[in-house]
Design a protein around this ligand. Structure first.
Ligand code: FES
Length: 369
């Protein structure tokens, strides 16, 4: 028998609404149902979260009504995560008291098109601070399924501490699942936690007016034409929280800004292999995964960590054969000019644009147009 959810008398939505740059948390509206239903078709959401499958418009309407009821009853605070400018739905986040004990728990999902932009960690940080500072809780828990490494990265980037694995704790469509328990206490220091991103790490949070570090990158890898070039204002430091990647375009130049554990780096938003946007990849520590051929690149050193699946030449001109991701069937190709092109494609080292942070703004020295 499940216990009724505890209520929080006087639970009120934050006013003004919680916001971090272009990420805004607002109350749900009935008109969000279509976007919710579209997002929840996503196999990744259905894989990790016990949403109805298949997920229809009526399910989305129920979800929104339940969120409204929970606010009124004081049992849970649910928010739509939207783009502050366009009001496009980016995801959902909700938190409230657990069924027992005094801790609150937080859960979220992010729409497929809004992933890998650091939005989940920003939303979790926003609701955490609100719950600690305004509601007055002192412990917030976050659970993810054991295999959901992306969500565990979000927890670490939001400053949560990993406490351990709860075996067969959760029931997902009739199957017992192991979960990883994370927690954040009201007086924990802000900032990411983990192997390369400890709370004491110099990267720290991109707090308004606070110190935002810039990474020291190899001098030999400075981008041509940038020595002595004027610095250009590209982004508010608050809009690049630790662990996030952003593309900022100036003319025909697409710049990748990354907030790594070593600090902020700026390089081209073009994979050093075949120019795919690295901003669509995943950042773990200093390493970004390219979404196109699974190459991995160290944004702090400029080196290739893993060659692309196509193989090819590394920066020193050494040939590496292609490879297949675990579990996929290798597809040998007959000799062709396409295969030859892949074989002779050289994966270059990254080149860096000088970065500085002035009055909370990230400025980058760009070569003259
Ligand atoms: S384009 Fe990035 S690994 Fe191929």
């Amino acid at each position: 028998m499940s216990l009724p959810r505890p209520t929080v008398p006087g639970l009120r939505p934050p006013e003004p609404p919680l916001r971090d740059g272009d990420v805004l948390l607002r109350l749900w509206r009935p008109s969000d149902a279509e976007a919710v239903a579209a997002a929840c078709q996503d196999p990744e959401i259905q894989r990790w979260i016990p949403v109805p499958a298949p997920y229809g418009l009526a399910d989305a309407a129920d979800f929104i009504e339940e969120a409204e009821r929970s606010w009124r009853a004081g049992t849970r605070a649910g928010f739509a995560i939207v783009h502050a400018g366009s009001d496009d739905l980016l995801g959902a986040i909700g938190l409230g008291p657990g069924r027992e004990g005094r801790a609150w728990s937080v859960g979220y999902w992010i729409a497929p098109q809004a992933r890998r932009l650091g939005i989940a960690a920003r939303a979790v940080r926003l609701v955490s601070r609100w719950a600690f500072d305004e509601v007055g809780i002192d412990r917030l828990e976050l659970m993810t399924l054991l295999d959901n490494e992306a969500s565990q990265g979000v927890a670490r980037r939001a400053g949560f501490h990993r406490e351990g694995v709860l075996r067969a704790f959760f029931d997902l469509r009739g199957q017992p699942q192991d979960v990883v328990l994370f927690s954040l206490l009201a007086d924990d220091p802000a900032g990411p936690v983990g192997h390369a991103t400890s709370a004491a790490d110099p990267a720290g949070p991109a707090a308004p007016g606070g110190h935002v570090p810039v990474a020291t990158t190899p001098r030999r890898l400075v981008a041509p034409g940038t020595v002595g070039a004027p610095f250009v204002d590209l982004l508010a430091a608050d809009d690049l929280p630790p662990g996030s990647l952003r593309r900022v375009s100036r003319g025909d130049l697409d710049v990748l800004l990354a907030h790594t554990p070593a600090g902020i780096v700026a390089t081209d938003d073009r994979c050093p292999h075949m120019a795919a946007p690295l901003s669509l990849g995943t950042l773990e520590g200093c390493t970004v995964d390219c979404p196109l051929h699974r190459g991995r690149f160290d944004l702090c050193s400029g080196e290739t960590v893993r060659m692309p699946t196509t193989g090819g030449l590394d920066a020193d001109g050494t040939y590496h054969p292609g490879w297949s991701p675990a579990g996929s069937v290798p597809r040998p190709e007959p000799p062709s000019s396409k295969q030859e092109a892949r074989r002779l494609t050289r994966v270059r080292r990254l080149r860096y644009y000088p970065v500085r942070v002035r009055e909370g703004r990230i400025e980058v020295a760009l070569p003259p147009a």
